[in-house]
Design a protein around this ligand. Structure first.
Ligand SMILES: N[C@@H](CCC(=O)N[C@@H](CS)C(=O)NCC(=O)O)C(=O)O
Length: 230
């Protein structure tokens, strides 16, 4: 029996994208269970989601080998779980100091960047450079978040020597992939090394596969981009 990963719409579900990309990129087999937030026909799927998590939020990873409580209902918890179950895949950096840093970066993403996330929701198929430009000029908290992200990545790439944040692809790269998508959609200004890193992330086969499906789904709804109505 293999894993099932419940995920949301590929265009907008930033929290689902990280674990999905991680599993694909690492070659961990799983059944994908999309739960579209907007579609009437998904009522049955929403019931199925409630059955595996009382929270009803996406993503959820189900591992039948866990027995009667097989659900892991938080993206960071599932990354940790997968790293524990698949130690051979080095999903975290192998070296302890680097691993501690990688965990810190992911925890910061999990709990932080509130303004950037609120103002620039992931919207893969859209191109919204005017929104990005306006935020850069008018929103200090947003600029603080963006500067922190760029500095964090730049420092880490310098420390590791690249091409990924910790040399090889790890949970940290998967965890920040939605930020790469936001920077692309809103044409946010970043330094050349960070732009090069984003290009490498976008060139990963797993990321390309997610983007292609997001574009094919044509799920861009204007009401889902609150910053457009500002
Ligand atoms: N901390 C959670 C966040 C999960 C989350 O907020 N998921 C959103 C989708 S991106 C969701 O399910 N929203 C629907 C809701 O809040 O009811 C994680 O890392 O998995």
């Amino acid at each position: 029996m293999s894993y099932t990963l419940f995920i949301g719409n590929k265009n907008t579900d930033a929290w689902s994208m990280g674990p999905w990309v991680l599993m694909k990129q690492a070659g961990i087999a799983f059944n994908e269970q999309p739960v579209r937030s907007d579609a009437a026909e998904s009522i049955e799927l929403k019931k199925a989601l409630r059955a595996v998590t009382p929270l009803g939020k996406l993503p959820v990873l189900v591992d039948p080998s866990l027995g009667s409580n097989p659900s892991i209902w938080d993206s960071l918890a599932m990354c940790e779980y997968l790293a524990e179950v698949h130690p051979d895949l080095n999903l975290w950096p192998a070296e302890r100091t680097a691993r501690a840093r990688a965990r810190s970066l992911c925890a910061e993403m999990h709990a932080g960047f509130q303004e950037l996330r609120a103002m620039c929701p992931m919207n893969i198929e859209a191109r919204l450079p005017a929104i990005g430009e306006r935020l850069i000029h008018k929103n200090n908290a947003f600029c603080d978040d963006l500067n922190r992200l760029v500095n964090m990545w730049q420092t880490q790439l310098k420390l590791s020597g690249g091409p990924m944040l910790f040399g090889q692809f790890t949970i940290a790269d998967a965890y920040f992939v939605s930020m790469c998508m936001r920077i692309r959609t809103y044409a946010l200004p970043v330094s050349p090394p960070v732009q090069a890193y984003i290009s490498r992330i976008l060139a990963l086969p797993s990321v390309g596969e997610w983007i292609a499906k997001a574009e094919q789904d044509a799920d861009f709804f204007i009401h889902e981009a609150p910053c457009l109505q500002a």
